[in-house]
Design a binder for this molecule. Sequence first.
Ligand code: NAD
Ligand code: TYD
Length: 351
Amino acid sequence: MKNLLVTGGCGFIGTNFIRHLLEESDFAGKIINVDSLTYAANPENLSDIETNFPDRYLFIRADICNRESIAEIFDKQQIDSICHFAAESHVDRSIVKPDTFIQTNIIGTFNLLELVRERSEQIRLFHHISTDEVFGSLGNDGFFTEQTSYKPNNPYSASKAASDHLVRAYHKTYGISVTISNCSNNYGPYQFPEKLIPLMIINALKGKPLPVYGDGRNIRDWLFVRDHCTAIWKIMKEGRKGETYNIGGNNELENIKLVEMVCDILDEFEKRPGNKSRRELITFVKDRPGHDRRYAIDSAKLQQELKWEPEEFFESGIRKTIKWYLQNQKWVDRVNTGEYQEWVKEHYHYR
Ligand code: NAD
Ligand code: TYD
């Protein structure tokens, strides 16, 4: 992999992945990061990478829904492999307005696949990043395996499911070289503060209510983002073509327990005025429609076949994450107010 196209590299996981590849892994090629810079992106995440790796990192602002501009990038940059993160990623937004989810997640992925199909000699790998949410909801028992049937319950997961099916079909029909990974909920630095963990950290710091949906007993299976990145890179290097791998850290938690944990760690790091517990801020609110009850991943295939293991324990990962948000409040303010969007408009022009 000499010229690796990373789509959506200015978002949460993409940023962590690019950092991992250039700073920590054995990847020796060049990364071309293509991102349209939606509200969820922040190109400042990688400004030091731009400085430190001038020959091995290039950012281009472009929309994967615009096939012509992406085709130009494929050819000019002599792309030989792809890691596809770009997506609309927030379930609540998909419920209010699904349009962009259909465009980016389905049509955008389809565009990339078509471009790969036209260049099947040139492209060695298309790795597709997906989610465990495509499998729908579990009851009290059981795990999602690679054999679990798809039953998405909201527009986000349905759009991701559609993209997974397209990737698989392009492998079966046209023989293009693909791998797919379906991962559980990630947490860590650079996550946009609309997702559960960063939202709770930021609100708790500001003394704002902490909105917990429904009875708070929904379960998510949390994985530290760096562990997701090591798994992706392993699959890209060693995974069997045409195969899907589930990624998860065996770390199921009820939302309410997680929010209480965030409150307690914050109280320990930074006392609330009056020394009151931040748990007092927890507010149960109306449930999300179609809210999946439980996700839990069985990643035995990845662990046995490719010898991957997560490194971070949840107790240490959540502390690192909370510390990162405490130390990067300027980042939070800038993404929250959209201040950096002004900067984006001045500095980056669409291809
Ligand atoms: P994110 O919302 O933080 O980042 C998405 C990035 O994609 C942003 O930088 C955005 O600007 C870019 N993007 C969106 N539309 C685009 C378009 N049309 N053209 C080019 N770029 C575009 O999301 P994330 O949490 O980093 O998720 C990345 C991928 O991982 C997604 O495919 C998501 O489905 C998947 N995933 C996420 C999680 C999670 O817990 N966050 C878990 C499993 C899988
Ligand atoms: P989220 O971070 O949106 O991830 P996903 O929906 O993709 O799993 O939500 C994680 C869990 O937290 C999910 O069960 C919904 C719940 N949640 C709340 O209770 N309150 C909130 O404000 C948010 C954003 C999520």
